[in-house]
Design a binder for this molecule. Structure first.
Ligand code: MN
Length: 162
């Protein structure tokens, strides 16, 4: 199973880091407004550098002076898949192809994001600008939207406790 994670990151600008496991790293996008649960929502997602897999479970405070200084919450986590793939290797191949062509449709199975999402690169925005589109949503979140799926803490609690 391939994993995804969304980290809410209160850096200089609040944003959400949307990350998909692929080839042993986390492909990553910064989503200023965060992923949306409402159908048809389109959110700007700016592709940023790959992150190590184990960074996906980081929650806490990045010290001031360091890159990305501020509070990080594991906002959602779970698995993702691509319909039509017969096994994990085929799945990764399809994800790779989608990233190359600029269109990637995935099924997220998280605690908040559950359903079909599409990442579409848009030309006018330069090659790092994508849209994260909520194609179909399913069911209610099983975790409060303002709390960590890792620790059930709010941003304020993480900021206080580290
Ligand atoms: Mn970030």
């Amino acid at each position: 199973m391939l994993h995804f994670v969304v980290q809410k990151h209160q850096a200089r600008q609040l944003h959400y880091d949307f990350r998909l496991e692929l080839d042993g790293v986390l492909k990553s996008w910064a989503v200023p407004k965060g992923p949306a649960l409402a159908l048809g929502s389109k959110r700007l997602a700016v592709m940023v550098e790959d992150h190590p897999l184990d960074y996906g479970s980081f929650e806490g405070v990045i010290e001031s002076g360091a890159y990305g200084a501020g509070t990080v919450m594991v906002w959602d986590a779970g698995t993702y898949r691509i319909l039509g793939a017969i096994d994990a290797a085929a799945e990764e191949g399809l994800v790779r192809a989608g990233l190359t062509t600029g269109r990637l449709r995935i099924e997220l199975e998280g605690k908040k994001l559950r359903g079909t999402f599409e990442l579409v690169r848009f030309k006018r925005g330069g090659d790092r600008a994508w849209l994260l589109i909520t194609v179909s949503g399913t069911g209610a979140p099983t975790q409060a939207l303002d709390r960590s799926v890792l620790s059930n803490r709010t941003m304020e609690q993480i900021t206080e406790q580290g």
